[in-house]
Unconditional design. Structure first.
Length: 149
């Protein structure tokens, strides 16, 4: 079940009951026969991750870190990093579970710095430089090894 479908089902299940109508409810003359609910289809097993999955997860985390740190330090390009992550998800998130893993890595990178930095510091500037270099290396490595070109 997708996260959206689960959230909708949870909201429906937790919704307050409808107000009762005034007056007695008519009762059926005979009880309706109980029908067994059809069994839900078995979930399709997730295919194995590609061999570059660890690099993509790290790249996602770096993009989340950069989205926060670059904005904090005045670069004003946090949205550009979010758009890059969106493009990565569109290209690589072939299953809901994989999308959640990649988005989770991005969010961990973002929140990790959000919890500790309130102002741009020399340490934040150093982290930006290191993440830009590491992210660039990962992207070049992935493109060179797995692009098929």
């Amino acid at each position: 079940m997708s996260a959206r479908a689960f959230a909708l089902a949870a909201l429906i299940a937790l919704a307050p009951p409808a107000l009762a109508q005034q007056g007695p409810r008519p009762r059926p003359a005979t009880p309706a026969p109980q029908q067994a609910a059809p069994a839900p289809p078995a979930p399709t097993p997730e295919p194995p991750p590609p061999p570059y999955e660890p690099q993509l997860l790290r790249l996602s985390q770096i993009m989340g870190s950069l989205a926060f740190l670059r904005e904090l330090c005045g670069a004003r390009d946090g949205d550009a990093w979010r758009l890059r992550m969106t493009a990565l998800l569109e290209a690589e998130a072939t299953t809901e579970a994989r999308k959640e893993r990649l988005a989770g890595a991005y969010n961990r990178g973002y929140r990790g710095f959000e919890l500790t930095y309130r102002a741009c510091t020399p340490a934040a500037e150093t982290a930006i430089a290191r993440y830009l270099a590491e992210g660039g290396r990962i992207a070049r490595d992935l493109a060179g090894r797995f692009s098929g070109g």
